[in-house]
Ligand binder design. Structure first.
Ligand SMILES: Nc1nc2c(ncn2[C@@H]2O[C@H](COP(=O)(O)OP(=O)(O)OP(=O)(O)O)[C@@H](O)[C@H]2O)c(=O)[nH]1
Ligand SMILES: [Mg+2]
Length: 737
């Protein structure tokens, strides 16, 4: 493969709702560009970006995958992203390294929950958006009427700058081509090669196409005075001016073009590549990199950025909203030292790792974007994020799972390298002495936790190393050990996420585990003030043991934790034994009273006691305190506390009623409902115990169109009837020794 420079590179994140046809469309683009000999299909794992075994088994993309099309002197890098709501955060990661996003909309379904979500993220990143109305073949019955309604829907959501730059062509065969509203030519597709032939606009479409062309020209000219004058004087804009102006309008988020395709039928494929070549921002053209030098913070006047080949002075931080958000190691210096590293080969080499994959043969593969400079095979670079040097051997461009060797990668390109030693996703590497740091995108916290049990001793040994590899690949996974129960816990974005992880453990790491219903971390507390004495005396030859204390317990407010105080005056207990008393209480409280959950939100006061000159020691007082605590708890009206989650559910509004009534069956307290486009967001406080299997319920209640997020709000007393059920099955704390 030849080397491509930034102006010849287009980085495109392909995003959209599940099953809109992203993976299939990418397969069609690669086929049209001649990168494959037959079009891959997701069903049999032959789609270039649909190679992951778990993805194929589940018929959905769960992690970003990368491919490229070499098309008429440009290299189009395509990042396939998951559309299933639980994995949609991957799209954020892809957007960070792209200069545009192709938002794929299934024509029959229209705009769906994740479509809205990725649009919002693109807005957040100021990322140019190109909308593809896909699966147009499925609209064959009603054709243009449906299209008019769809375009109306897009405009009502995203404004009038959502404008068609094509029209779909339907004939007896169904959806067979598109009209290019800039050049006013038709592209007709007769086979499944993805290559069309240029033709005249079919007669029945001509009037419609002219009107649409004029609407487009007018909208493009709107932003530019010179063009507007030309438009009014001459009545139209010369094609080349229109192309340049549309390219700029797309780059500046003033226009969001709408195109039509059928990924499965490969209709519109080569024309879509043409469109990306001509209109998508090039890797060199988009705002370089709002970076801050770590070692050599530059002054504001030195700050530079680059658009369209010109370098211009801008105030520090301007354009931070475009391209990368980058921080320096020292947060304070970050503000002062923000620099824009231009996406240019002349700048020092630097790269940002956005994805990691463990290949059974190639080992750890790091996917990166070249921020600046030229990265050469076998170069040695410094890891700015963690220190240390890395050798970049086997530099490659990823075509799905296949690594294509390259000698060098230029500023703005996407590439990969195998077997880096220390480098992980989110790291910035580069030439020594020119350090900067790219800030990885912010992802939500995992919302679901399961206990995980290795099948055998051998599996237990393999579990931690395998989980660490999976966590390197997936920033949403967590793995830890519960200090209280000693269980292994895994946390992730939801049930399907964790199940896919278990499948990967089995298939890739030959580690067998079983998932157990996630444990609710209940706690216990007291509701009454009590006091009790604990006296420990043991006489068994030689030294005896003696400790004696009186303690008082009082409830504290929710969230207060534990307090300890002493009212011992006059030495009824020598000072040096007071810490032992506290320790005895803390340790006993930790193992619970009702059901083995830690006792919290109370105050313990030691107010009296006695000691023995010879036999008293720390252990004796610790045991005495334990006895006193257990005794006092009997009268303290102990009760269970449960975690209450603040839950936010988002779904199309037609499901709102069903979701609200479901919330009520979960002891939920609905706080409010806010419209978000055609979706609604419902906010509620719900006990964690009622949310453990919520992901599956939500999917079935909303046909997969809902998503939710939750985080811990507080602990509350468990209602008596519910507590009875929990206590019936809970383990009692170990009896006193
Ligand atoms: N009729 C029709 N079906 C299509 C088209 N493109 C994809 N499909 C089907 O739609 C389903 C989903 O296609 P995918 O390519 O996996 O969709 P995706 O957007 O990648 O889905 P996720 O990875 O789950 O986000 C598959 O059954 C495809 O065969 C199309 O252009 N026309
Ligand atoms: Mg997919």
């Amino acid at each position: 493969m030849r080397e491509y420079s930034g102006s010849e590179i287009r980085n495109v994140a392909v995003t959209g709702h599940a099953h809109s046809g992203k993976t299939t469309l990418i397969a069609a683009l690669l086929q049209a560009a001649g990168m494959t000999t037959t079009q891959g299909r997701i069903e049999d794992g032959s789609a270039v970006t649909g190679y992951d075994e778990e993805d194929v088994a589940r018929g959905t993309t769960m992690q970003n995958a990368v491919a490229f099309a070499e098309w008429q002197s440009v290299k189009v890098n395509l990042i396939d992203t998951p559309g299933f709501h639980m994995f949609s955060h991957e799209a954020r990661i892809a957007m960070q390294v792209a200069e545009a996003t192709l938002i794929v909309v299934q024509a029959q379904a229209g705009v769906e929950a994740v479509t809205e979500r990725v649009w919002r993220w693109a807005e957040e990143f100021n990322l140019p958006r190109i909308v593809v109305l896909n699966q147009m073949d499925a609209l064959r019955e009603r054709g243009l009427d449906d299209v008019t309604a769809l375009l109306e829907e897009l405009r009502s959501r995203w404004g009038r700058s959502c404008v068609p730059v094509q029209l779909p062509v339907y004939d007896e065969q169904g959806f067979t081509g598109v009209v290019d509203l800039v050049t006013m030519q038709a592209f007709l597709y007769g086979d499944d090669s993805g290559r069309g032939r240029i033709a005249e606009i079919p007669r029945p479409l001509q009037a419609h196409a002219r009107a649409a062309h004029e609407a487009l020209v007018e909208l493009v000219a709107e932003g530019k005075d010179a063009l507007l004058e030309e438009f009014f004087e001459v009545g139209t804009i010369p094609e080349q001016h229109l192309i340049t102006a549309l390219h700029e309008a797309i780059r500046e988020d003033r226009i969001f073009p709408v195109l039509f395709a059928s990924g499965k039928g490969a209709v519109g494929a080569d024309h879509l590549l043409d469109f990306l070549k001509v209109y998508a921002p090039t890797a060199a053209e988009r705002m370089a990199c709002a970076a801050s030098a770590i070692s050599e913070a530059k002054s504001e006047t030195e700050t530079r950025f680059q658009t369209g080949g010109e370098t211009a002075d801008v105030p520090a931080g301007a354009g931070l909203e475009k391209g990368f958000a980058v921080h320096s190691g020292e947060q304070a210096a970050a503000r002062a030292g923000v620099v824009m590293r231009a996406v240019r080969d002349e700048e020092p080499p630097a790269l940002f790792v956005y994805k990691t994959l463990h290949d059974p043969f190639a080992g750890r593969i790091s996917y990166f974007k070249v921020i600046s400079g030229v990265i050469r095979n076998d170069a040695t670079v410094e890891n700015y994020s963690r220190g240390g040097q890395e050798r970049l051997s086997h530099l490659s461009a990823m075509q799905g799972r296949r690594a294509v060797d390259v000698a060098a990668l230029h500023a703005g390109d996407l590439g990969a390298v195998a077997r880096l030693r220390e480098t992980l996703s989110g790291d910035t590497l580069g030439q020594r002495g020119a350090a900067l740091r790219v800030e990885p995108v912010h992802l939500p916290e995992p919302s679901m936790t399961y206990a995980i049990e290795p099948a055998t001793r051998a599996d237990e040994d393999k579990l931690a190393p395998a989980m660490h590899k999976l966590m390197e690949e997936d920033r949403m996974l967590r793995f830890f050990r519960d200090a209280q129960t000693q269980e292994f816990l895994v946390a992730g974005a939801g049930q399907q996420h964790i199940e896919a992880m278990v499948a990967r453990l089995r298939r890739r790491f030959h580690t067998e585990v079983t998932l157990k219903a996630p444990k609710v971390p209940y706690r216990e507390t007291i509701r009454a003030r009590t006091q009790a004495q604990g006296r420990h005396k043991k006489q068994s030859g030689g030294h005896g043991q003696f400790g004696d204390c009186h303690i008082r317990l009082e409830p504290l407010e929710r969230g207060a934790g534990f307090q300890f105080s002493s009212e011992i005056f006059g030495g009824s207990i020598p000072r040096q034994y007071l810490p032992a008393v506290e320790k005895g209480i803390v340790e006993t409280a930790q193992s619970g009273h009702l059901a083995g959950y830690p006792v919290v939100d109370f105050k313990a006061t030691v107010y009296d006691g006695s000691y023995h000159d010879v036999d008293s020691n720390e252990l004796s007082f610790k045991i005495a305190a334990r006895l006193a605590f257990r005794q006092a708890m009997e009268q303290a009206r102990p009760c269970l506390l449960e975690p209450i989650m603040r839950v936010e559910v988002e779904a199309p509004e037609e499901y709102a009623g069903a979701l609200m009534s479901d919330m009520n069956t979960r002891r939920g307290h609905v706080l409010g409902m806010t419209p978000r486009g055609r979706a609604v967001a419902i906010e509620a406080d719900v006990p964690m115990a009622e949310m453990l299997q919520y992901g599956a319920t939500l999917t079935s209640l909303t046909q997969g169109r809902g998503s939710f997020h939750m985080e811990l709000r507080s602990y509350d007393v468990v209602p008596a009837a519910v507590a009875e059920r929990i206590l019936a099955t809970a383990r009692r704390p170990v009896a006193a020794e």
